[in-house]
Design a protein. Structure first.
Ligand SMILES: C[S@@+](CC[C@H](N)C(=O)[O-])C[C@H]1O[C@@H](n2cnc3c(N)ncnc32)[C@H](O)[C@@H]1O
Length: 254
C-alpha cells in the first residue's frame, strides 16, 4: 500500500502532512536543542518540519518503504534516514528527546512492539507522541470517500478505514501508551487546500493506502460512479476549496 512514488503520496494524504507535523511538534513540546526521531516517516513531512525546528542534523527517521525513504532523504538531506520498521528501530537506547509517529500506528504489524521500541529509544524524561486520523469522523477526505463508496457498493464497508483500522480513537491510544507516564490525548485539527475536485480525486487512482487501493481496483465505470458520488458527499465543490481533518494524538513521558 505504501510502495508507490513519494510524489503520489504527497498529492494524496501527504497534502495534510506539514500542517499535521507542526501540530505534532507543538503537542510534543519540541524546541531547539532537542534530538527528534520520526518513526514511519514516509516521504518526510514531519521530519522536514522537525528539521526546521531543531536543525536537520538533530533529526533521525525510519520507514520500511524504500521509495518513501528516498523522498524523505531528498527532502531532509542532513537527517539520518534509515529503512527500518517501527518494531525494530536501528537506534540505541535513550537516544532522543522526542520520538514521534505520524499516521503510522494502524499500519504496524505489531503496534505494541512498535510502541515499546519508541519508548526504548526515548531518553528518560523524553516524550513519545503518535497521531492517527479520526477515520470514523473528523478526517473529512477519507470519511466522505468511504461514505460515497458504501452508497454505491455496500461491500466496500469491509474496507472502510473508519471500521477497520485500530488505534484511531482515544481509548485504544491510551491503552497502547500504558508503559509511559503522564499520558494525555488531544484532537489535532488541520486543513488542506485543493485547486479543484480533480486535484483531490486523481491521487486516489495511484492506489496508495486502503482508500487508494480500493479506488484503483475499480474499473473505469466504477471509478466514474464513485467520483461523482464522492464529489456530491463533499458538496459538489467548484474551483478551489479546503477540507479539514482531525487526528487523535497521544503523548506520554518516559
Ligand atoms: C499514512 S503513511 C504516513 C507517513 C508519514 N508519517 C506522514 O505523516 O506523511 C504510513 C506510513 O507507515 C509506514 N509503515 C508501514 N508499516 C510500517 C512499520 N512496520 N513500521 C514503520 N512504518 C511503517 C508506511 O511505509 C508509510 O510511510
Amino acid at each position: 500500500m505504501f510502495q508507490g512514488p513519494g510524489d503520489d503520496y504527497d498529492r494524496f494524504i501527504g497534502r495534510y502532512g506539514p500542517a499535521l507535523g507542526d501540530a505534532m511538534l507543538d503537542y510534543a513540546g519540541v524546541v531547539s536543542g532537542m534530538r527528534v526521531l520520526d518513526v514511519g516517516c514516509g516521504t518526510g513531512a514531519l521530519a522536514a518540519r522537525a528539521a526546521a525546528a531543531v536543525g536537520g542534523e538533530n533529526v533521525a527517521a525510519a520507514d520500511p518503504s524504500e521509495p518513501f525513504v528516498e523522498t524523505c532523504r531528498r527532502r531532509v538531506p542532513e537527517a539520518d534516514v534509515r529503512i527500518a520498521p517501527a518494531e525494530s528501530l536501528p537506534f540505541g537506547d535513550d537516544a532522543f528527546d522526542a520520538v514521534l509517529a505520524q499516521l503510522v500506528l494502524p499500519f504496524l504489524t505489531d503496534a505494541p512492539q512498535g510502541a515499546a521500541e519508541m519508548r526504548r529509544v526515548a531518553k528518560p524524561g523524553g516524550v513519545v507522541v503518535a497521531c492517527v486520523w479520526d477515520y470514523a469522523g473528523g478526517m473529512r477526505l477519507l470519511r466522505a470517500f468511504w461514505d460515497a463508496a458504501a452508497a454505491i457498493d455496500p461491500e466496500s464497508a469491509a474496507r472502510d478505514e473508519g471500521r477497520l483500522l485500530r488505534y484511531a480513537n482515544p481509548d485504544e491510544l491510551r491503552a497502547l501508551w500504558a508503559g509511559l507516564d503522564d499520558v494525555t490525548v488531544a484532537a489535532l485539527d488541520v486543513e488542506a487546500a485543493y485547486d479543484d475536485f480533480d486535484a483531490l480525486w486523481t491521487p486516489f487512482l495511484a492506489g496508495i493506502g486502503p482508500a487508494g487501493s480500493y479506488a484503483a481496483s475499480l474499473d473505469a465505470e466504477g471509478q466514474a460512479a464513485l467520483r461523482e458520488r464522492f464529489r456530491g458527499e463533499l458538496g459538489d465543490p467548484v474551483g478551489p476549496f479546503t477540507l479539514t481533518a482531525t487526528a487523535w494524538s497521544v503523548r506520554g513521558t518516559k
